[in-house]
Structures are given as structure tokens and as C-alpha cells.
Design a binder for this molecule. Structure first.
Ligand SMILES: Nc1ncnc2c1ncn2[C@@H]1O[C@H](COP(=O)(O)OP(=O)(O)O)[C@@H](O)[C@H]1O
Ligand SMILES: [Mg+2]
Length: 325
């Protein structure tokens, strides 16, 4: 199967992801895939959940925190501003507390608690995750391409159950905290029942959102997940390991894309030994990749003469990945 086949034979797979170690080409392929699908007439959103997102670099546009930005007809790109999301989320909590207790201002102990949550790494992940849920649930696009963070983190997004648990912890934690506060400030008038209702409603709302998005992420019919691999020993080993882990999370794997293959036609030219040696090494590992991943290898992408930035380079790469047009 070729890359093009994966898309043409599975038109219902509308959530596309590229996984793999940092620097292998995930962002590059996300953008290129988005470009090709947009050219096929689909409305596509490429979005990044990577705090070190480089969609701005590849599209040569400053898109960070600006929502979905149109790159060309049918192609939109978005980089999520996690800090902004955390601040919005904290404000939401503040508003809820004030409303719930009829307060003018959030009490200091609670304010301290809220401030401390932003220092937790899980908070950033949750904030980004929440933004992803918003994007995916909106259903505005034909295709959603997730420009993923490196492997370990990708697993985090894919094991939604744990994210969900963290959310619940956060909210029940906050609730306990508030109860304590209530004991201290005994004057608080409140309606116990309606407060419980509100918290429960909130939990159910979150649960429903998470179910929707994790359902999509692990849905074999709707998701295409690709691993990016390069012809190097360590990368092959790491990818094998990661593929095993992903299988455990039921992530549907659509194929492996091999990147940075030195063009074979160079061998016929007079080239330095240095390059010839590297090519021999690559040949060995390309064989290994074929043996290991077999017919799941959907594309071999050459090492280009320069990095892939701007639509002209992306178009060139799309030609290689998907064939002409
Ligand atoms: N086939 C290729 N030829 C030349 N440069 C490439 C190729 N694939 C990726 N690159 C470059 O390598 C760098 C890392 O790629 P990137 O897609 O950002 O990796 P990741 O998102 O996996 O961290 C970028 O500068 C990109 O332009
Ligand atoms: Mg990247």
C-alpha cells in the first residue's frame, strides 16, 4: 500500500497523526499531508499540540495562538497556546467559585491553590488536551491532522483514560479544598444540593468530551496513525518498541513512512567515500525496515537538498509522498 492508497481506500479516516522521535519529520509530514489533501479538495486543519510547535516555521507564517489560520484555499493551520489555555481555565475556576459561593473575590487560600496548579506539568497537558477536544468536537473540517509531540508525550494523549483521571482528580481535589475552606469560614451560606449538582454536571460534561475525543483517537475506522522512521539502527529499535506500546493502547496503525533516504541514483555519480559509506549503511537499514515492518511501509522519502519550509518545498515533497499532480 502506498500513502495515497491509505487515503483513497479509507476515505472515512479523517483524523491523521504522525508519531516518532523528535526531529524525524512529523511536523514536515503533517504539513505535507495537509497540503496534499487540501489540493484534493478537502477542507483540512493541521494543528499542533507541541509547545515547541514549528508549523509557523514550515508554513513561514506566524500562527502561534492565533486560532486556525488560512494557509491556502482549504488548508488551515493552528498552533495551540497552552499558557493562554491554562489562564483561561483558571479564570473559569475563579468565576465558578465566586458564583457558587456568592463571593466578590476568590479567597486567598484558593487563589494560592489555583496558582500552584499552573506549575504542574499535567496542567499544561490538560490545557492542550482540552483545546484539542474543542477543535475536534467542532467538526468544521474534513480532515484533522495532529502534529504530535515526540513519542512519550504522544502516548500521553492517546491514553486518554489517564488524562481523564487527572481531570477528575483536579476537580475532586478542588472540591475537597473548598469543603475545607467552608469549615474554616463557617458563615458561608450555601445550598449543598445545588453545589453537588454543579460539580456532578461538570464531571459529566468533561467525561462526555473526553469520551468523544478518545473515541475518535482510537477508532480504527476514523483514524490513520503513521510512524516516521529513518534508516538508522537506534531509530528502528525505538520505533519497534513504540509500536508495541501503541498497540497496547489500541492505536490504529496505518503505516510507516521512511524519511531521509539518500537518493540511490547518487551511487552512479562520482561521490566522496563519506557519502558512499552512508549510503551503504542506509541500504542495510532500509532492508531491515522492510523486513521488520513489511508491507506496512507506505512511503520512502528522500533527504532533500535543504530543509522543508514554504509551500514550494512542501509541494515538491507532496509529489514524492503521494505521486504526481
Ligand atoms: N526529507 C527531508 N529532507 C530534508 N530536510 C528534512 C526532511 N525531513 C525533515 N527535514 C527537516 O528536518 C527538520 C526536522 O523535521 P520536523 O518535521 O520538524 O521533525 P519533528 O516534527 O519530527 O520534530 C526540519 O528542519 C525539516 O525541514
Ligand atoms: Mg514537530
Amino acid at each position: 500500500m502506498s500513502m495515497r492508497d491509505v487515503f483513497e481506500k479509507n476515505p472515512e479516516r479523517r483524523y491523521i497523526m504522525f508519531g516518532g522521535k523528535g526531529g524525524l519529520g512529523k511536523t514536515t509530514f503533517s504539513a505535507t499531508c495537509g497540503y496534499w489533501l487540501a489540493k484534493q479538495g478537502f477542507k483540512v486543519l493541521v494543528f499542533s499540540v507541541d509547545p515547541q510547535a514549528s508549523l509557523s516555521d514550515i508554513f513561514q507564517r506566524d500562527i502561534f495562538g492565533k486560532g486556525a489560520v488560512e494557509i491556502m484555499p482549504n488548508l488551515y493551520a493552528q498552533e495551540i497556546d497552552a499558557d493562554r489555555r491554562i489562564k483561561d481555565y483558571q479564570n473559569e475556576i475563579r468565576e465558578k467559585i465566586k458564583k457558587m459561593y456568592g463571593l466578590e473575590e476568590v479567597p486567598e487560600e484558593i487563589e494560592n491553590y489555583i496558582a500552584s496548579t499552573s506549575a504542574e506539568p499535567a496542567m499544561e497537558e490538560s490545557a492542550i488536551f482540552d483545546a484539542v477536544v474543542d477543535i475536534v468536537i467542532s467538526g468544521e473540517y474534513d480532515y484533522y491532522i495532529y502534529d504530535l509531540v515526540p513519542l512519550g508525550h504522544a502516548l500521553y494523549y492517546l491514553s486518554m483514560a489517564s488524562v481523564y483521571d487527572q481531570w477528575i482528580d483536579k476537580i475532586t481535589g478542588l472540591r475537597t479544598e473548598m469543603e475545607e475552606y467552608n469549615k474554616v469560614a463557617a458563615v458561608m451560606q450555601r445550598n449543598k444540593e445545588s453545589e453537588e449538582d454543579m460539580i456532578l454536571k461538570e464531571l459529566q460534561f468533561i467525561k462526555q468530551r473526553i469520551n468523544t475525543s478518545s473515541g475518535i483517537l482510537t477508532d480504527r475506522l476514523k483514524t490513520a496513525f503513521f510512524f516516521v522512521v529513518t534508516p538508522e539502527e537506534m531509530i528502528i529499535l525505538d520505533t519497534q518498541k513504540a509500536a508495541g506500546l501503541f498497540a497496547k493502547f489500541n492505536v490504529p496503525l496505518s503505516g510507516y513512512v521512511v524519511n531521509r533516504v539518500i537518493p540511490a541514483e547518487l551511487a552512479a555519480q562520482s561521490i566522496p567515500d563519506y557519502l558512499r559509506n552512508r549510503m551503504t549503511m542506509q541500504t542495510k537499514y532500509l532492508d531491515k525496515i522492510d523486513k521488520t515492518f513489511g508491507d506496512k511501509v507506505v512511503a520512502r522519502v528522500p533527504e532533500f537538498e535543504r530543509d522543508i519550509t514554504g509551500l514550494a518545498m512542501i509541494e515538491k515533497l507532496a509529489g514524492v509522498m503521494f505521486g504526481g499532480e
